[in-house]
Design a protein around this ligand. Sequence first.
Ligand code: ADP
Ligand code: MG
Length: 588
Amino acid sequence: MAHVDLASARIWRGAPQAVAACVAVVALAFVAPAEGYYLNILMQAVTYAIAVSGLVVVLGYCGQISIAQAAFFGIGAYGVAIGTGDFGLGFVPSLLMGVAAAGLLGLILGLGSLRLGGHYLAMVTISFQQIMTLFATNWISFTHGPDGIRDIPRPTILGVSFANGHAFLALCLVCLVFSTLAIWRLKTGRLGRAMQAVRDNELAAGTCGINVFGTKVMAFGMSAVMGGVGGGLFASGFQYISPDQFTFGESIVLLTMALLGGVQSPFGSLVGTVVLVLLPEWLRFLKQIYLAVYGAAVILIMVFLPDGLWGLMLDRVIRRSKPIVGDVSPLPLLSEQGAETDEIVLKVEGLAKHFGGVKALDGVDLAVRRGSVHALIGPNGSGKSTFINVVTGLYRPTSGTVTFAGTDITHAAPHLRNRAGLARTYQNIRVFRGMTVLENVMVGAERPGNDIAENPAQVVDRALAALDFVGLRADAHRQVGALSYGHQRYVEIARGLAASPQTLLLDEPAAGLNLTEKHELGALLRRLKGHGLTILIIDHDMNLVEQVADHITVLNFGRRIADGTPSVVLANPDVIAAYLGEPRREAA
Ligand code: ADP
Ligand code: MG
């Protein structure tokens, strides 16, 4: 019952604020000065703010830099101008047309993120921006060229006329309220979390079941839609547009607004937009030196407030959630009894991975039985991590096959392997640093295909259960970066467990842990083993390995040199020579 209540509460979350905000902004619009200079400034701030909130999605949430927001703004504006003028359509269909065009081009631009990242992707967005400006200027028969388009009408929607400046401003403000709330809610939803995971750690996001590429494309599309909506309203608000309003320079201004206010939050982008629209007006009395002062002010704010103005103000207050008390259902795994079976759940045959001349893996065979704990050991550089990276799809094998639960996954994308039930942790911790402990684990819980993935309340429940299991429930609302190194490892394990994996791959989970933490980890692994979770573990701590492993495979220089039960493998002279040597006796 509690789940249902929570789920329906979610739908309405923000609704009272939305209504209150709408009433407030409509009242505000009507006390604003009538037509003229100040109304224009307000109109500009509001329509820009809608476009800037798109940058919160693509840059703030998803971490992809786009320097083309003015182009999308322009596409929306031209949609309204050409739609209502040349095509003789109404405002709403024209706006929808412009927004659809912007969204579509945004998705296409996002496709560029398949092969390109960082600076290169930024360059592509700049090129796109320039091409759009060229189109607007030179395709005169369609866009009316450099002279622009005049006399764009203000709409009448459902019998209500928005011809008056106050009324149109009110319409823009209501759109801003909805876009801001939508983007605020996006952040705490599944898609928003996926975007933030991609931003914080692309590799880990993929192995948590997130379609990294699809998520980026979606972020670009949504951002472009927001740009288009802002631009469409702008065109009708000012009733005149020309290509020089949608140039590269304007894209930079929009980007600055987002960064200045705080790109992680739609409220931040709002603050940034208002400040950057008003600042030049306030500074106009400085005449010739006003641009220099304006530039200096922007630089100072950015240098001293890296999280933007909003970061300074309220985000922290809003984000500080109440601790979650009450019972959660335990992990489903805990109701199972462990027993090794004969079924081979993970089968790797002839696996090779060469990096140039380095044969990191050289024809390795390995079979993991369901319900067993299988250890993979060997000296540093023997190919253990590479093995896990190939099995989880981060590296393409040079040759060989990987079969998981009866399916050949040799060429499957990482997120599809995760969805098939393969979860992992990393030797070098890969948590989502911008998120809380709970959010990190929720990303694991809501992997598509998980039993509870579609129910937001149960996702929280499952994530808390996983945190309970590793003993970190009390830290659920802390930023993950604030935890100790060892506890961050537990967060990774919890994130894996929350996904209800069939097999968990652990790459040196004991590395960097202190003695107490190592004991805790040993106990944790024994509990997991007791409940029958299949585990493939890499570790150098032979005490730990001996305690938990049913089966050991030893690698050396990318080749398998031994494979079998612990007693046989650890007594193998090749293994002693290559790996165990003296330290083995000490450890024993
Ligand atoms: P282990 O985890 O057993 O310590 P790794 O799998 O990390 O070993 O590395 C095996 C070998 O492959 C090493 O020689 C390492 O330098 C090399 N290697 C691993 N990853 C890469 C990579 N991305 N590019 C080039 N060489 C790599
Ligand atoms: Mg390694």
